[in-house]
Ligand binder design. Structure first.
Ligand SMILES: [Zn+2]
Length: 137
């Protein structure tokens, strides 16, 4: 995947709105922010979703705290955002505990789907995605 950085809160808000509509999350209130590595506990992002209230807080690891040496598309922040939004979409299907079978399978499915969705959206050039430029695929 090509490098894709989200540098400002404005860009993050714009892309979050675009993906919310694409994923059918218009009735959710989702606040996304760019944070440091300590806040994400070393992850590329995290999501706290309250399914009953359609509320979520998403934190995305900021660009300068990412390393290109990491596995898993370290520099594609859009994939991270879509990954965390999919967790909202799938909140009702969460496992009981972190690391249980359901949790691990959901993480793997969310990971694969987020990459595919981002890749497909970048090919669909007829419709502008948001204020951010589409990277070359
Ligand atoms: Zn996840």
């Amino acid at each position: 995947m090509p490098e894709f950085l989200i540098e400002t809160q404005e860009q993050l808000d714009c892309l979050t709105e675009w993906w919310k509509a694409e994923l059918g999350l218009e009735n959710w209130e989702i606040v996304a922010s760019l944070v440091d590595r300590k806040t994400t506990r070393g992850n590329h992002g995290n999501c706290e979703a309250v399914e009953e209230k359609n509320l979520a807080v998403i934190r995305i690891l900021r660009a300068r705290d990412r390393s290109s040496l990491e596995i898993g598309d370290a520099l594609d922040m859009e994939v991270t955002l879509v990954h965390e939004l999919l967790h909202c979409r799938l909140a009702a299907f969460n496992g009981r505990a972190k690391g249980d079978h359901k949790d691990i399978c959901q993480e793997q499915a969310v990971h694969a789907l987020s990459k595919t969705l981002v890749r497909m959206s970048r090919k669909r050039r007829s419709k502008p995605r948001c204020c951010l430029p589409t990277p070359p695929s």
